[in-house]
Design a protein around this ligand. Structure first.
Ligand SMILES: [Mn+2]
Length: 237
């Protein structure tokens, strides 16, 4: 099986360059694969599946037109993506964490934000935002009000990111080891940190590998898994 993993596109109606890059990527790289995995922050913001803007419908149609199976994991920006969008796009929601079997090699998949445990303020906000009570309350507000709240949250998050020490915003190494040990895997794929790279992870008796996917700006890094062979590749747009 041939699989591709991407994350952190942060698709946004204001960023036509990203939408074009995404559509070109689907056209040029995803026509001959079996599965496409989008590991969170597909959208810059997701206000709810009832926001059926032309932009959102267009992206759903792009996915629906793919010949391969599409899996979608929530990120910290688009965790409100629900079954309606999945139906429209033909995508299947993946829990965070999930394990995928790469032709005999199990790999742990996560968005990655839950491993940034040293960022206490973020972890606290995450707990609130992901709670069913907050989400139910948010989703029954008018779309315009939701957009205002989302802008406020993003504004606060950007200010917070600027003030927080560089190392705190990355995943916590001990959390990586625990997550991989709990899952019983030697291969881990995630996004979120916008620090695409391959890391050796000391798991005690054996070492594992952690592949970090890239965010989309004018280029990005994505992972190709051909059978159990994995390769982090550069995509310039
Ligand atoms: Mn993220």
């Amino acid at each position: 099986m041939k699989r591709i993993f991407i994350s952190d596109l942060h698709l946004d109606p204001q960023r036509e360059d990203l939408t074009s890059a995404f559509e070109a990527f689907l056209e040029n790289h995803c026509q001959d694969i079996d599965e496409l995995y989008i590991l969170g922050d597909f959208f810059e913001v997701w206000l709810g599946d009832d926001d059926d803007s032309a932009f959102n419908r267009g992206i759903a149609a792009d996915l629906a037109a793919l010949p391969c199976k599409v899996y979608l994991m929530h990120g910290n920006r688009d965790f409100l993506i629900g079954e309606t969008f999945c139906k429209q796009s033909g995508a299947e929601l993946l829990g965070d964490p999930s394990i995928v079997d790469l032709d005999g090699t199990p790999a742990l998949l996560m968005h990655g934000d839950s491993l940034c445990s040293l960022d206490a303020e973020y972890m606290k906000a995450r707990q609130l935002l992901r709670s069913p009570a907050f989400q139910a309350d948010f989703l029954q507000k008018p779309l315009e009000e939701r957009a205002t709240i989302a802008r406020q949250i993003r504004g606060e998050s950007k200010a917070h990111t600027r003030e927080t020490a560089e190392d705190i915003m990355d995943v916590t190494p001990s959390e990586v080891v625990s997550a991989m040990n709990d899952a019983g895997v030697f291969l881990f794929i995630h996004g979120h940190t916008h620090r695409p790279d391959v890391h050796e992870v000391d798991l005690g008796e054996q070492s594992g590998r952690r592949y970090v996917l890239g965010d989309w700006h004018t280029s990005m890094k994505y992972l190709v898994a051909d059978g159990s062979e994995v390769d982090l590749r550069h995509y310039q747009f």
